[in-house]
Design a protein around this ligand. Structure first.
Ligand code: NIG
Ligand code: FE
Length: 420
């Protein structure tokens, strides 16, 4: 069915950053057929349905390209300890941190995990998010990692959202492998990856039309490269194995220190390197050469009261594409809301409003290997977009706590309307 969405103002987020005001979009089923100025609508296009948008702004559906939103329990007590002065690394070294969420996640049934994770996804969907990346990493044994990834697929199956999954088995050392980190990496490589990572298309993200439950569990492989987690060499070994299976890779790197993560990720052509507070000029140059997206996670920076800012100037100077995400997780980023993350990227990291909007649309799509399918309003892309009751897109990332999203369209259908 052809639908005309008219009398809108459209931030296309295409290469040229085109804006159409007043503009129109024509969608055919789940895809965009045409976009342009209202006045230029081709006479040959005869829509069967017209939606009048009364001057509201349209952006591509937002993309949260880094979340850990499937987990059980919460870590409010740990947050209280951190606000009283204890460090994240100190709490982790006593068996808290990631491992405390691992215990809760292992203990939860698949249905319980789904039930606990669903409200976090719903919170993102209310803000115009139509694509979400979801990591494993709180299971740390094969069955529990697979359970998390199945929950991610089930969330997609029951909600108007596209989910891209990442296997983050190398997130922390599970108790069964204490002081045997290399054995753990070997197990992931020789046992887990072939079992749940195989049978994947080389191109990355899911194809439109695939049923989420029939897709392989893993879309990409992630790791946590840090002095409290895994070395660059260990992450490099996982990446080599993942790439051999045709899986793209991404990395948590330079969050608390610089142990060479971005350099290794760049050598493996990683889709993204995420966090990057401690990355330097040479890292920015390496990311630029490999076409890797820098994913900045300002809520984790904020919630950890981090002082080291990511090297935004070096990323810009080297032309590294920058994306922004929530990092939704119970430890460093208890946040299931992308709009405040956009606000923090502007206020704390000094990104412009245009950089932030690109960071949650086209660059976020690229971080997921999906930029040919989504992330901009262009003919042939997914008809996923958000409609905003704002005077200008500058208001996205201006409000620190208000949601001006009034409509969400996914695959050409209105999936949410809110009075704003
Ligand atoms: O992205 N850095 C490692 N992983 C998460 C934190 C996970 C947790 O503390 O539970 C992050 O910040
Ligand atoms: Fe993370």
């Amino acid at each position: 069915m052809l639908t005309l969405w008219r009398n809108a103002r459209i931030a296309t987020c295409d290469d040229a950053g085109r804006v159409h005001s007043p503009g129109a979009v024509v969608t055919r089923g789940p895809l965009i057929e045409w976009v342009g100025d209202d006045a230029d609508l081709p006479a040959g296009l005869r829509p069967e349905r017209t939606v009048e948008l009364a001057g509201r702004w349209i952006t591509p559906g937002l993309i949260d390209c880094h979340t850990h939103l499937v987990f059980a329990g919460q870590r409010a007590a740990e947050f209280a300890r951190r606000t009283a002065g204890e460090s994240y690394a100190g709490i982790a070294s006593e068996g808290g941190g990631i491992l405390s969420t691992v215990s809760a996640t292992r203990a939860a049934s698949e249905d319980e995990l789904l039930e606990q994770s669903e409200p976090r996804l719903q919170s993102l969907l209310q803000e115009g998010v139509t694509t979400v990346e979801i990591k494993s990493g709180y299971g740390l044994d094969l069955a529990s990692e697979a359970k998390m990834l199945r929950v991610a697929r089930r969330l997609e199956a029951s909600n108007p959202v596209t989910v891209s999954t990442s296997l983050l088995a190398a997130h922390a050392l599970p108790p069964e492998f204490a002081v045997r980190a290399d054995d753990y990496i070997d197990t992931i490589i020789s046992d887990w990856l072939p079992k749940i990572g195989a049978r994947h298309r080389i191109s990355g993200g899911p194809l439109m039309g695939d049923s989420p439950l029939s897709r392989p569990l893993v879309d990409a492989v992630d790791a946590y490269c840090e002095n409290i987690a895994f070395s660059a060499e260990q992450c490099g070994r996982i990446f080599a194995a993942a790439r051999a299976l045709g899986l793209p890779v991404r990395l948590h790197s330079e969050q608390l220190s610089n142990v060479g993560g971005s350099q290794v990720a760049a050598r493996h052509g990683a889709l993204s390197c995420d966090h990057l507070e401690y990355a330097d000029e040479a890292d920015a140059a390496a990311l630029a050469r490999s076409g890797t997206v820098a994913v900045l996670l300002p809520v984790a920076y904020y919630a950890l009261a981090e002082k080291q800012l990511p090297p935004v100037a070096a990323l810009r100077a080297n032309g590294v594409p920058v994306a922004i995400a929530t990092d939704c997780n119970p430890g460093t980023s208890p946040c299931a809301s992308l709009l405040p993350a956009m606000n923090m990227a502007r206020r704390l990291f000094g990104l412009s409003s245009e950089e932030v909007l690109r960071g949650v649309t086209r660059n976020a799509a690229r971080a997921l290997g999906m930029h040919a399918e989504r992330g901009s309003i262009e003919p042939g892309r997914a008809a996923d977009f958000a409609v905003w009751s704002v005077e200008s897109p500058d208001e996205l990332g201006y409000w620190a706590g208000f949601n001006p999203c009034s409509m969400v369209v996914r695959a050409g259908e209105i999936v949410l309307e809110r009075p704003v």
